[in-house]
Design a protein around this ligand. Structure first.
Ligand code: PLP
Length: 519
């Protein structure tokens, strides 16, 4: 392509790049590939050494310890040297980071990552494609599209389905709610009778989700300008799954009150309990009521590749939109997520044509510009990580890893049911375990504080990390198992540590109160 008025000088083929001047020494160009190899290898060595040496998931460092070290660094005075910068990084980050690969990291939905995906990460950031337009990514666009088609196929969304990679489940849920909102407002405008104003339509919209659904649904409603009470929580059964009788009742109630249910959000893998809402029955209710069904499978999406448990997602194929977080149960590094839709036409609600980037004529010319489907513009080629994972390991191997942690969570649940020191809540269909330490005797009144204390004391020691949550107002502890290297012995050991910390707390508090009653 030539620019009008520009003098185009032919370069001899195989032109040798010019000398690398000092100010350009750090630019990744044809002249610096040797540095690229050396510097990255140095960084990889540091990370590998640290990962190999980690004897606990965390050092227990506090923000007070770390903040002065980071604040004390003069960002206007570069060290100039990779080794020195890595030494400093060791001090302010690598030494005290939280290590998800460690078998006693049992806290949040963070997975250890697979090496093919780390290779993808290195490649995608070096080439630095941007997936907004074809002319900034070429093959990257088509690879992302193939992976969306592959996922859509696994979900069973049908021939008109499509989707796009996103930064995470929160963004996927936000975009799903945006699309559902626009569809609902559009229907309100064409459903006959006096045409409501847009603010009127918006104020009548409701989203139904279970009490165990993810908070990003509430956040999406807020960001989308819906009413403060737009999200109606539907009760759950003893297994922490959405009650479908209550769902049907709420849909009826909304109708009677002149409210419009813009979406039902079912969760396939609740963050706390790892339970899956009854998708087939929910899909039936939504279909009968003409309501958009969004399935939040941020956590449960790993079942799509499970060699033994795909059936747990039965009914997901009837969704209008689906959230999948590959960075949770596909063992991918952050970020890697997607929003999928049954009918690709709904993605038009996220489309805006800019003359400089994605003019409308590009659509006629069939130029694949992913920005037309996304709420981001410049966007990472995160899909490459999943691509290399599938091409090197294959889906069954990923699913087998997820199966393994689900089995381990079941074993942990059995362990807890047989341990009189603890009370365990509901059995997860995925890989979480929610439980609490139960003090006996007069210490019983300290149950909440003892569990809170145990979690903090454990984190401060760095020996293990567990999560906390509340169940019906009472403080509980949670294991989220995503590391196949975590053994039942690791879990038993962590339970002993928790019992030690909680027991110590109860003993000192009750003893303290006996000896010092006026405190
Ligand atoms: C983690 C999670 C989300 C949010 O995903 P992010 O990738 O953290 O933004 C949404 N829904 C559920 C059920 C989740 O577990």
């Amino acid at each position: 392509m030539s620019l009008p008025g520009a003098t185009v000088q032919a370069l001899p083929t195989g032109a040798v790049p010019g000398p690398v001047t000092a100010d350009r020494a750090h630019l990744f160009t044809a002249g610096t590939v040797a540095d690229y190899r050396r510097v990255l290898a140095e960084g990889i060595d540091r990370v590998a050494d640290r990962v190999a040496a980690a004897d606990r998931p965390f050092t227990g460092v506090t923000p007070q310890d770390l903040a002065p070290r980071i604040a004390g660094i003069d960002l206007d005075r570069p060290l100039g040297d990779t080794g020195a910068a890595l030494d400093e990084l060791q001090d302010v980050y690598l030494r005290d980071a939280v290590y998800f690969h460690h078998p006693r990291y049992l806290a949040h939905l963070n997975c250890p990552v697979v090496i093919p995906a780390l290779l993808g990460e290195a490649v995608l950031s070096a080439v630095n494609s941007s997936l907004d337009t074809w002319d900034q990514s070429a093959g990257g666009t088509l690879i992302e599209r193939r992976l969306i088609d592959w996922t859509v196929d696994r979900v069973g969304l049908g021939p008109a389905a499509d989707g796009v990679f996103t930064s995470g489940g929160t963004q996927s849920n936000l975009q799903a709610m945006l699309l559902a909102r626009e569809e609902a407002v559009g229907r309100a405008a064409t459903s006959g009778g006096p045409r409501p104003s847009r603010p009127e339509s918006l104020s009548r919209l409701r989203i139904l989700t279970s009490a165990a659904g993810h908070f990003s649904v509430q956040k999406a409603a807020k960001l989308l300008g819906l009413d403060a009470d737009a999200v109606v929580t539907v009760g759950t059964d003893a297994g922490r799954r959405m009650r479908t009788d209550e769902l049907a009742r709420e849909i009826d109630r909304c109708r009677r009150e002149g409210l419009r249910v813009m979406a039902v959000v079912a969760t396939a893998g609740t963050t706390d309990f790892g339970t899956i809402d009854p998708l087939p029955r929910i899909a039936g209710i939504c279909a009968a009521a003409g309501v958009w069904l969004h399935v939040d499978a941020a956590y449960g999406c790993g079942l799509l590749v499970s060699p033994t448990r795909r059936h747990l997602l039965d009914g997901i194929d009837r969704a209008d939109s689906v959230t999948v977080d590959y960075h949770k149960s596909f063992f991918q590094p952050v970020s890697s997520s997607a929003l999928l839709v049954r009918d690709r036409r709904v993605l038009r609600h996220a489309t805006w044509h800019a003359d400089y980037l994605n003019p409308a004529r590009a659509v006629e010319q069939r130029i694949p510009n992913q920005v037309d489907k996304s709420i981001q513009t410049t966007r990472r080629f995160d899909a490459l990580k999943l691509w290399l994972t599938l091409r090197i390991m294959g889906p069954d191997a990923v699913g087998a890893l997820f199966d393994e942690v689900i089995d381990r969570a079941a074993a942990a649940w059995h362990l807890l049911t047989e341990d009189p020191r603890f009370e365990v809540v509901t059995r997860s269909q995925l890989s979480t375990v929610v439980f609490r330490y139960l003090p006996t005797g007069p210490g019983r009144a300290l149950v909440d504080e003892a569990n809170l204390y145990a979690r903090e004391a454990l984190a401060a020691s760095g020996a293990a990390l567990v999560a906390g949550t509340t169940v019906d107002g009472a403080h509980h502890l949670k294991f989220t198992l995503l590391n196949p290297e975590t053994t039942v012995a690791d879990i038993a050991h962590v339970l002993d540590l928790i019992a030690e910390h909680a027991g110590w707390y109860v003993r000192t508090r009750t003893a303290g109160e006996l000896s010092c009653p006026i405190r």
